[in-house]
Design a binder for this molecule. Structure first.
Ligand SMILES: NCC[C@H](CC(=O)O)[C@@H](CN)CCC(=O)O
Ligand SMILES: [Zn+2]
Length: 329
């Protein structure tokens, strides 16, 4: 009969409205990005990334302690070498045992045994040219050398104690290479492999590049990050990475790529799907809130609601410190 047209009844009360959502945001879904400098005592605000800092290792514990107490479950580490002369064509500093990332993994594992440590794996912060791999003479990525190097760095982070390695380089075949090396090392069973499987080139990474000093010295990332229009390419990259052994599929950026998150959930129905609300999205929300377009907290939640609705159950977000408070009340 025609009675089904009366939908208001199903969402007439706040609790009933929450029941309409297939996924609810919880603290355990959240991963907080940390920028770790090789200047051990520095704590420098990143102008283009509201409320975010580049911190040396000596500043990490005092900063994280209250957040862990509030329920922070996971962080993703980005090393930021500030010392002059650290960068070279191979990104040698990426797996320097005395470098900021490896030392921070060891410190955080010791100090916060329940904190899940994810390490972003890439070379762009460590290469003199700023690209996410090793280049040929013509400036294109040498796939074999890049994949060998990226997989070595991933294993180094895993051996240092990272619970999860997340290669954000977008070189073809790095997932398989990392998985094989983790198997050879005998540690594959305890290291989660989170693939930035569908990562798009575009204008939303600027604040991050300011923070990490990872802007390419020439050209761009259009030949290895996906073209924003490439939905089919993204589906193929997701299927490929699942087959190469990814344990988690990530889509990035998030807000402008909700269809890709939905595709990832459809194609990777049996895996958790992660999404990264990137620096440009975060800065845009802050700028709009400052301009009076909407309330910051309301949009932090609404943008995240869309990412959940699309199918993500893991969210990398710069709003995590606020969410820990907002989700506690
Ligand atoms: N390895 C690439 C890093 C990439 C930015 C870039 O493409 O330069 C992202 C980090 N995984 C940016 C993240 C962000 O903008 O928040
Ligand atoms: Zn990179």
């Amino acid at each position: 009969g025609d009675i089904g047209s009366q939908l208001h009844a199903g969402y007439s009360h706040p609790l009933a409205r929450s029941w309409q959502a297939e996924r609810q945001l919880t603290k355990s879904m959240l991963i907080y990005p940390l920028f770790i400098s090789d200047q051990d005592d520095e704590e420098v605000l990143i102008p283009s990334l509201p409320n975010q800092y580049r911190r040396g290792i000596n500043r990490l514990v005092p900063f994280l302690e209250p957040l862990v107490h509030k329920g922070l479950r996971s962080v993703i580490l980005f090393g930021v070498p500030m010392r002059p002369g650290t960068k070279d064509a191979l990104g040698t500093a990426a797996d320097d045992p005395e470098g900021p990332v490896i030392r921070s993994i060891q410190l955080l594992r010791r100090r916060f045994p329940h904190l899940y440590i994810v390490c972003d794996v890439c070379l762009c912060e460590y290469t003199s040219h700023g690209h996410c791999g090793i280049l040929r003479d013509d400036g294109s990525l040498n796939n074999q050398l890049s994949v060998d190097r990226i997989s070595d760095v991933a294993v180094a982070y895993a051996r240092a104690g990272a619970h999860c390695v997340a290669p954000s380089d977008m070189n073809d075949g790095r997932i398989r290479a990392i998985k094989l090396k983790l198997i050879e090392e005998g540690i594959v069973h305890s290291v989660t492999l989170m693939s930035y499987a569908a990562k798009f080139s575009g204008c939303l990474y600027g604040p991050f590049r300011d923070a990490a000093g990872s802007t390419p010295s020439f050209g761009d990332r259009r030949c290895y990050q996906l073209p924003p229009g490439g939905r089919g390419l993204a589906r193929r990259a997701i299927v490929r990475d699942i087959n190469e052994g990814a344990d988690i599929i990530m889509v990035k950026p998030a807000g402008q790529y909700l269809d890709i998150i939905a595709d990832a959930k459809e194609l990777g129905r049996d895996l958790p799907v992660a999404a990264y609300q990137v620096s440009g999205e975060f800065a845009m929300i802050h700028a709009a809130a400052k301009a009076g377009v909407f309330d910051l907290k309301a949009m932090a939640f609404e943008s995240t609601e869309g990412i959940l609705r699309a199918g993500a159950t893991i969210i990398v977000s710069y709003f995590v410190p606020e969410f820990l408070d907002w989700l506690s009340n």
